[in-house]
Design a binder for this molecule. Structure first.
Ligand code: SAJ
Length: 477
């Protein structure tokens, strides 16, 4: 262990003043939970005063949360920390000079999902800002999801350039990836195990000291910084892979005239020691800002941070990238099911009217980032169809909250998101407002009972329902 930094940290003593860079859905709860620790004296929420997000500074200092959706306990915690003067939001990054630790939680989106190059500009700017004000013995922690190799690579380089200090000798540096989900931010930070990877043992130890203060049920899991980066990207890559396996199995079941859900129940019935089959659910696609990009962070990591040549079958694509392609194909499959449904009543897609139910990427949320619905929507428009969109959770110029308005006079209703409101659809009401002899229903989330709709004269298509997708057309009652 580096004796030099150990001495400086011992001299500095316990972590009392903390800076959190990036007042988003990761940084805000983290900052407030740190502030809520009795032994912590002060937490500064550091937010650049930019056109797009500078408004958060005054909003947070007024005790208002700049986050959408319900976050249990967060509003009260903000007001309490403001009242106790233990939290303050500022664009004055020089305050980092008075901090014992600074965490960085800035998003790393893909500018253009097609080229799969993450846009690190905002994160690098945040790291540069931190670097300018580092003092000896400070702990720097990256919380953003980053390409493996970033912490010991570009992040370390920028911090050392800006501060003139040396990581591991003058300051501690670690990666502790966020694992929060909207709607459960406080609970996730407290209860999920925290992966903590320092560039060396002293950094890991100091970062464990920081996060142990906020953990309740969760425990710290220590590893190297690069292993922590791989863990975070891998946990979403493997979830994406599991979903892709369910999607591919559903496509096979459709081709073989089999009910995927029977197969799923059958496979799932195999229990016993050491026997595991984690079958997830097929659907109209995979959206969001985690699973749609973390695979590509991992892929870039193995290309850019490799210390050994990758030994992999030369004529084989990455299983993980293949999984991404399968999941990204599902909105196209929904389009094919729509076309097949229209063809059964000798209608073309061009000129047809489609009611798209669900714009959010995740059921019962208003989060529409990278939503599969958007891909399907544009595919229909390009094919000459007219599309009306309903979502009870998402607001937007394209979206109506009136189901009747969206369904009126349409040829097909297409369910993309499993919102709970769609579990109680009234097929007779739907039929009445669609006013079609043979209305079409395409179920992308296994929401409806096929027989009920088929017997009511609907043309039914559902993902994974090979046993129903070529049903006999029942005379309309
Ligand atoms: N999806 C399926 N089939 C499934 C599960 C999900 O098609 O069986 C689709 C959803 O409809 C959605 C997309 O995948 O479009 C993503 O769903 P998700 O449940 O994975 O939700 P996310 O994207 O918010 O993932 C987050 C991740 N959490 C973090 O990155 C901290 C992920 O690691 C979690 O496992 C996931 O939440 C969770 O389990 O809630």
């Amino acid at each position: 262990m580096n004796k030099h930094i150990q001495k400086i940290i011992q001299k500095r003593g316990p972590i009392r003043t903390i800076g959190v860079i990036g007042m988003g859905y990761v940084g805000i709860p983290a900052a407030l939970l740190f502030a809520n620790i009795p032994s912590v004296k002060m937490v500064y929420g550091l937010q650049r005063n930019s056109q797009s997000s500078g408004y958060k500074i005054s909003m947070l200092n007024a005790g208002e949360l700049p986050l959408k959706g319900e976050e249990p306990n967060l509003p009260g915690l903000l007001k309490e920390m403001i009242a106790l003067k233990k939290f303050k939001c500022t664009d004055d990054f020089s305050i980092i000079r008075s901090c014992d630790a600074v965490t960085i939680a800035i998003q790393t989106p893909f500018l253009n999902p097609r080229d799969l190059i993450p846009d690190f500009s905002a994160l690098e700017e945040g790291i540069r800002q931190a670097g300018r004000y580092l003092t000896k013995g400070i702990l720097v922690v990256l919380e953003s999801t980053i390409t493996p190799g970033t912490t010991i690579g570009i992040a370390r380089k920028i911090l050392e350039e800006e501060s003139g200090l040396v990581a591991g000798k003058d300051f501690a540096l670690a990666h502790a990836p966020e694992r929060v989900m909207v709607g459960r931010l406080i609970q996730n930070i407290r209860e999920h195990d925290r992966i903590i990877g320092g560039i060396d043992e002293v950094s890991t130890k100091r970062a464990c000291e920081l996060y142990s203060m906020v953990l309740t049920k969760g425990r710290v899991i220590q590893m190297t910084a690069t292993a922590a980066e791989v863990t975070k990207t891998a946990e979403n890559t493997l979830r994406d892979l599991q979903i892709a396996a369910a999607n591919q199995m559903a496509l096979y079941c459709e081709a073989m005239g089999v009910n995927f859900y029977d197969v799923r129940a059958g496979v799932d019935s195999l229990k016993g020691d050491g026997i595991t089959r984690a079958i997830l659910w097929p659907g109209a696609g995979v959206g969001g800002h985690c699973l749609t990009k973390d695979t590509y962070h991992l892929e870039r990591g193995v290309q850019t941070a490799g210390i050994e040549p990758l030994d992999f079958p030369s004529d084989t694509d990455s299983l993980f990238v293949t999984a991404r392609k399968i999941n990204d194909f599902m909105p196209d499959h929904m389009f094919h099911l729509l076309k097949d449904g229209l063809e059964r009543i000798h209608k073309e897609i061009r000129g047809s009217r489609v009611a798209l139910l669900g714009w959010a990427f995740l059921a019962n949320t208003d989060d529409a980032r990278n939503s599969p619905s958007e891909l399907f929507y544009h595919r229909c428009l390009e094919a000459g169809a007219e599309v009306s969109v309903h979502d009870p959770w998402v607001k937007g110029s394209l979206i109506s909250s009136s189901l009747e308005e969206v369904l009126t006079g349409t040829d097909a209703v297409v369910i993309f998101t499993g919102h709970r409101e769609y579990l109680s659809l009234n097929l007779h009401e739907i039929r009445k407002v669609m006013k079609k002899e043979y209305p079409i229903i395409i179920d992308g989330r296994n929401i409806v009972d096929p027989d009920q709709y088929i017997n009511a004269g609907f043309i039914y298509k559902g993902i994974g329902r090979g046993d129903k997708n070529n049903h006999q057309i029942m005379m309309c009652p």
